[in-house]
Write a protein that binds this ligand. Structure first.
Ligand code: GLA
Length: 737
């Protein structure tokens, strides 16, 4: 692993055992792209691809009439110099010009990786895990300096990138576009996979064909959103789970974003990702700098499972920071679907007691414990206990929960305020809203102006009071509406284009301060379920409530889609009541648990209200989860059969030493006289003899080349179980042929 610099050709080659990323200085001094893909020989000198051969209507350099930016592959392209594709950045200068031209100035190569002030970023645990290349480019006319950061990781086929834009002159500059990366691919024969949806049906994989013109997804909602996730896979058309080339690009950012692929008429493809340039403008005085968020670029030539596995491991080891990093997560019981806001201390204790009896480890008190929060018209912003419901306070309740032998967790929604709240009455200027205009509400609430430090300080002080007073070991941090009328009241008119970004920086700041003050707390992020599920938020909260949709059938789809870009240990998944609150669908308690166990696992119902038989199953499920959660949450995860394509879907996890695996097979709709399918397993040791649920024995090669049948010979093919049934197989081996 390292970065090789070829001084003669001015070329940089970042490489590890798996990948190479090569760039160099173009004839006009700009930083050009040379290669990205599977590892190639680092001594190779790379030609600039077809950037010569001027054709009519192309613009060229005066000094080199044969070179045109229109054909060049570039690393951080500018606007206005003959490259007519989308630029990576745009800077407005004092004279009204947006034309800039960055030329290579210097480089630095060092072990390790720097953090990015105020933003999430991948980190090393020791300097030898990564090497960083910094390339400094300058535009002396504009007084502009841009440093491009590239980090190559020793153990992962991953490059981390971001840019730092600096005003090194004296005149003010305004950044109007500052993307995190541009990757110019020399050909266009790619599809892309985006993860889209809405509330209750998040992260559905949708494949689109890339060709000429622009393909893009974005968020302008102020959070990364359920609509489009800030993670995209650019892949060859025939790449599947087991084979083929693919590149996954994550933006480590939880605010407005843009991901765009632009095919040009010369058969090239420009991929760009970063903060959404819409309504973004950032004034930069002399001496100031602006940091873009980071992107994480993962490469594979071995299919989408391999891509996801590298991503999972990388996020767990280099993005997540928490006392719970790489640790099995507590089995929790949340009262939301059981009580909503209608509870008192006794009701809560009653639910918690039954949870303890079942084997639950953590009780989470959801929305409704604070201020005048009896419905969603009031209370947000007032982070002090509602003593009508909880006369002994949060401290009193948590003590009683602790005495039951359970840990205690709590729900907050710190970024929001209701009109009916003490906070809003005291500080009406704390909310975002355009002057003299009505504000749009979302769930009857307004968004606090987290671009203002005093607002973040106020919420920090309030929450600090609650957390310090109580033995809290878990916090669910919610965010239940998108941002509208994004204007910071009383703020400088010239700085309103900074508010969306400053807002999310305020969110990160609050997270960081609370994390530091209470390192023992496990944070779970949430945004009406999974509307802010991104690699940035995982830097602060290692798990995210994946969706408000807890229906077992729907959850297979949501968790399947989520697994492409995010580790199983980050996927909040609970067993809720049946019929399901979101869909009205009835499923068995096992069907629900068999999906939720491929996640952080918990319950979201009143266990007093289920049948004795189901309660016995719950006890068994918790026992199973305690035994296998480490494997389920951190094992090597394989998608085997897609619920979006087949009636029978399946996934599995395998332990690092391949001695243990857990396979889940889910049937959607029961058909009479149905055909038998074989589910071919993956990741096992070919020569190892595995027992399935302690009964049948098979060698790994047979299970991978032939597979597990959906119905065994001895099972009745006319089974009457009905729809949405599932099977879990535990495979164990200690014998190798
Ligand atoms: C959101 C969350 C739910 C629950 C409610 C409480 O919708 O996604 O899990 O916490 O808020 O109001």
């Amino acid at each position: 692993m390292g970065v090789k610099y070829n001084d003669k050709e001015k070329q940089f080659h970042l490489f590890n055992e798996k990948i190479s990323y090569c760039l160099g200085v173009s004839p006009d001094g700009e930083v050009g792209h040379l290669f990205f893909g599977k590892r190639i020989n680092e001594d190779q000198t790379l030609p600039l691809l077809q950037s010569r051969g001027i054709r009519p209507l192309m613009c060229n350099l005066k000094e080199d009439e044969d070179y045109t930016k229109e054909l060049a592959l570039l690393e951080y392209p500018a606007f206005g110099n003959g490259d007519f594709r989308s630029p990576a950045y745009e800077v407005l200068q004092g004279n009204g010009s947006r034309v800039t031209n960055l030329t290579y100035h210097s480089y630095d190569i060092y072990s390790g990786k720097k953090s990015i002030p105020g933003l999430p970023a991948a980190y090393t645990n020791s300097d030898d895990e990564a090497t960083t290349l910094e390339i400094t480019c300058r535009d002396d006319v504009a007084g502009l300096e841009v440093v491009l950061f590239y980090t190559i990781w020793e153990k992962y086929p991953i490059i981390s990138r971001h840019a730092s834009i600096r005003n090194v002159g004296t005149d003010q500059l305004t950044i109007e576009r500052a993307l995190s990366c541009c990757i110019d691919f020399p050909d266009q024969d790619y599809n892309w996979l985006q993860f889209q949806g809405a509330w209750g049906r998040e992260r559905v994989p949708v494949e689109r064909n890339l060709s000429d013109g622009i393909t893009a997804i974005e968020s302008m909602r102020g959070h990364s959103s359920a609509n489009y996730n800030p993670f995209v896979i650019v892949k060859r058309a025939n790449t599947d789970e087991e084979n083929g080339e693919a590149i996954g690009i994550h933006l480590l950012y939880s605010g407005n974003f843009l991901a765009q692929a632009e095919g040009d008429v010369y058969g090239r493809l420009r991929f760009e990702m970063g903060i959404n340039p819409k309504w973004f403008s950032w004034p930069l005085k002399g001496g100031e700098s602006f940091e873009t968020p980071e992107v994480m670029i993962t490469y594979t030539k071995s299919g989408l499972n391999d891509l996801s596995q590298n991503i999972h491991s990388f996020i767990n080891n280099h993005i997540v920071r928490s006392n719970y990093k790489n640790k099995p997560r507590p089995i929790l019981l949340n009262n939301w679907e059981a009580t909503e806001m209608n509870f008192d201390e006794e009701k809560i204790l009653n639910i918690a007691r039954k949870g303890k009896e079942a084997g639950v480890e953590l009780f989470v008190l959801d929305d409704g414990w604070f201020g005048k929060r009896n419905n969603d018209y009031a209370g947000l912003g007032d982070w002090f206990v509602n003593t009508n419901k909880l006369p002994n306070g949060i401290a009193g309740l948590s003590k009683k929960i602790n005495e039951l032998g359970l840990k205690f967790g709590i729900w907050i929604e710190p970024e929001m305020v209701n009109e009916d709240s003490e906070l809003y009455r005291a500080h009406p200027d704390y909310v975002l809203g355009a002057p003299d205009r009505a504000r749009t509400l979302g769930r009857h609430q307004m968004v606090l102006d987290f671009s203002k430090k005093e607002v973040v300080d106020n919420i920090y002080d309030q929450l600090y009071g609650v957390f310090a007073d109580t033995d809290i070991s878990y916090v669910k941090w919610d965010m239940n509406r998108s941002i509208t009328e994004c204007y910071s009241l009383g703020g400088d008119p010239d700085k309103q284009g900074t508010v969306y970004h400053r807002y999310i920086m305020g969110v990160y700041d609050l997270y960081e301060r609370l994390r530091k003050a209470f390192p023992e707390i496990l944070f779970e992020s949430c945004s009406s379920g999974g509307s802010r599920f991104d690699a940035g938020i995982l830097h602060y909260a290692p798990q995210t409530w994946c969706s408000d949709d807890t229906d077992a059938r729907e959850r297979i789809r949501i968790q399947y889609g989520t697994s492409y870009g995010y580790p199983i240990s980050s996927i909040g998944a609970h067993v809720s009541a049946s019929p399901n609150l979101q869909t009205g669908r009835a499923t068995t308690i096992d069907a629900r648990a068999n999906v939720a166990c491929f996640g952080t696992f918990g319950y979201e119902l009143d266990l007093n209200e289920i049948s004795e038989e189901d309660f016995e199953r719950v006890k068994e499920q918790i026992k199973f989860m305690k035994e296998y959660r480490e494997l389920l949450q951190f094992g090597r995860f394989y998608r085997l059969s897609s619920p979006f394509k087949k009636n029978l879907s399946s996934w599995m996890v395998v332990s690092k030493d391949q001695s243990t695996a857990i396979v889940a097979i889910y049937k959607d709709i029961k058909q009479p006289n149905e055909p038998v399918s074989l589910i071919r397993l993956q990741g096992l040791k070919e020569t190892a003899l595995y027992t399935l649920n302690g009964e049948k024995e098979f060698y790994g090669d047979y299970l991978m080349e032939s597979g597990i049948p959906s119905i065994w010979n001895e099972e009745p093919w006319y089974a009457t179980e009905g729809d949405f049934t599932s099977k879990i197989y535990v495979l164990k081996s200690n014998v190798t042929k």
